[in-house]
Design a protein around this ligand. Structure first.
Ligand SMILES: CC(=O)[C@@H](O)[C@H](O)COP(=O)(O)O
Ligand SMILES: NCC(=O)COP(=O)(O)O
Length: 247
């Protein structure tokens, strides 16, 4: 069984088109949590192109007051602003990504060997009771990359599934991407690390991913499920993704 955390970035980006409060990020969070999502994910980027700091605090209050059994996952680059936000919000999970502020989206995992000392100090600074630290991880990190990730003291890796998601019109490459993801997931499990996954997962590619890649505890999905929700609504979309995940 793999849990589903719904990323609300795309909802916030739609809201930001106008100086108006809808669609409501908190309102959609309620819908997806009521539909059985295990939590919500946000990636507050420095330019606030989608999720704003206020959204983070509003969502933290919602989960603390109304959805105590669910998890808040905050993604971001470990800047001083990010540390301060995490200290104030105290999410259940922090997912660290090596993103430059100018990046259009997250498109690579950490260089665990080259940034090992940096990540070790960051993980130690973020460690707290009831908080999990996850590191964004390239699909081909393999045994050596996972060993370097483990050495930082992080709890989990998050498999970057963007290259797999981009194979929607290339089934042969999709098989190769899944093999790399499965190898790294197996290595993480053997090393005693938890395995998350995310980026460009969709209803169309999730079943093959779920069949091929072992030990995945949680997927965080935003862009694809939002596209589906425009057609079927978020409650139905969450149910269909959960049906595939068995959660
Ligand atoms: C880390 C990752 O792959 C996504 O969670 C990220 O949140 C995508 O960011 P954008 O929604 O800004 O593309
Ligand atoms: N960590 C991946 C995530 O939260 C959502 O990524 P995407 O589904 O919006 O590509």
């Amino acid at each position: 069984m793999t849990l589903l955390s719904v990323n609300l970035n795309a909802v916030a980006q739609l809201r930001n088109r106008r100086d108006l409060p809808w669609p409501s990020v908190v309102g959609i969070a309620r819908v997806v949590l009521d539909a059985g999502a295990s939590g919500v994910t946000v990636h507050p980027r420095p330019d606030e192109r989608h999720i704003r700091r206020g959204d983070v605090f509003d969502l933290a209050a919602l989960l603390r007051e109304e959805y105590r059994e669910t998890e808040f996952n905050i993604e971001g680059y470990p800047s001083e602003d990010f540390f301060a936000l995490v200290d104030q919000v105290k999410p259940a999970q922090v997912t660290l990504v090596p993103d430059d502020p100018a990046q259009a989206t997250s498109d690579h995992g950490w260089d665990f060997r080259g940034k090992g000392n940096f990540l070790t100090s960051v993980v130690q600074r973020l460690k707290a009771p009831n908080r999990r630290i996850s590191l964004f991880c390239d699909p081909d990190a393999g045994v050596e990359g996972v060993a370097a990730a483990k050495a930082t003291g992080a709890d989990r890796i998050e498999l970057y599934t963007g290259p797999y998601g981009g194979c929607y019109d290339d089934p042969d490459r999709a098989v190769r991407e899944l093999a790399a993801l499965a190898h790294t997931a197996q290595a993480a499990h053997a090393a005693g690390m938890g395995v998350n996954a995310g980026h460009d997962l969709t209803l169309a590619n999730l079943a093959a991913f779920q069949s091929a890649v072992p030990h995945v505890a949680e997927v965080s999905i935003g862009h694809g499920i939002t596209a589906d929700a425009l057609l079927m609504g978020f409650a139905e979309a969450v149910q269909q993704y959960r049906d595939v995940l068995g959660s």
